[in-house]
Design a protein around this ligand. Structure first.
Ligand code: NAD
Length: 264
């Protein structure tokens, strides 16, 4: 199988670092014209240059916009009018005891993790349906199914993404547009690396020991017993974005190292 996305335009939100950056790199590597997004121009520029080094012939540009706000999404849509592949990746997480999570955090998590994807799907999906081809992928999490007790607000947003992606898929009936969700498990992105480094410091361990301990203690059912790499998640997303994935629609696809113990 050879994935070739030349001739398509892909927008990856939150792609200046982490999983989003790996996805942007992966899509550029198979010929898509990629739009990188992050909140600051400096980070967007750095991401464009790093993708350019990886895939010198890739067409990559970027838009600095905060996709957690209506204004940020509107600015992005104004600058990029048509998109064939929309990857709703931007997302935040923060472990916090339920009883300590104030209303503002619930709203902020919902705005960043859920409303960004809602607003951008609303803007770009009609064009995909009109052109009769498109891919929308929501980057959810295994936390959508196994709600982490240390961040229930995060789990809520990840379950909401599954509901939205399945609902949007219903609107694609009889077309060549698909809407799916991918559920990564623990993945060594920049955000998670910072979290693991903090754990290592707190417990007087090396980063490798803290990472291994985290999986053993907090994700004991993981079959791979390690964090995924961002490229391993990107591989799944690039496939779902490809023409070859045409019959996968309305699905919630796991890339979580087998830690969810149910079959379906
Ligand atoms: P990360 O923190 O490493 O990177 C997130 C990127 O999004 C950063 O570049 C950040 O600048 C950008 N971003 C954040 N808020 C933004 C906003 N409002 N507007 C524009 N850009 C914004 O995160 P990650 O670990 O790569 O996570 C990416 C996605 O994957 C998230 O939706 C997350 O929930 C999901 N996920 C991550 C893991 C994991 O273990 N890393 C597991 C499951 C799901």
């Amino acid at each position: 199988m050879k994935i070739d996305l030349s001739g398509t335009t892909a927008l990856v939100t939150g792609s200046t670092g982490g999983i989003g950056h790996a996805i942007a790199k992966g899509l550029a590597g198979v010929g898509a014209s990629v739009i990188v997004n992050g909140r600051t121009q400096a980070k967007v520029d750095a991401a464009i240059s790093s993708i350019g080094q990886f895939a010198p012939s890739a067409k990559v540009r970027g838009v600095a916009a905060d996709v957690s706000t209506a204004e940020g999404c509107a600015a992005l849509v104004k600058s990029v009018t048509d998109v064939d592949i929309l990857i709703n990746n931007a997302g935040i997480f923060e472990p916090k005891e339920f009883f300590d999570i104030p209303d503002e955090d619930w709203t902020r998590f919902f705005d960043v993790n859920v409303m960004s994807g809602v607003r951008l799907s609303r803007a770009y999906m009609p064009g995909m349906l009109k052109r009769n081809w498109g891919r929308i992928v929501f980057i959810s999490s295994e936390s959508s199914l196994m709600i982490p007790k240390e961040m229930i607000h995060y789990g809520m947003t990840k379950t909401a993404q599954l509901s939205i992606s399945r609902g949007l898929a219903e609107l694609t009936k009889g077309t060549n547009v698909t809407v799916n969700a991918v559920m990564p498990g623990p993945t060594m992105s920049e955000g998670v690396e910072t979290f693991v480094k903090d754990l290592a410091r707190q417990n007087g361990q090396s980063v490798e020991q803290a990472a291994a301990n985290f999986i053993r203690q907090h994700r004991p059912s993981s079959l791979i017993q390690r964090f995924a790499t961002v490229d391993e998640i990107a591989n799944m997303v690039v496939y779902v974005a490809s023409r070859q994935s045409a019959v996968t629609n309305g699905a919630a696809l796991r890339a979580e190292g087998g830690l969810v113990q149910t079959i379906a």
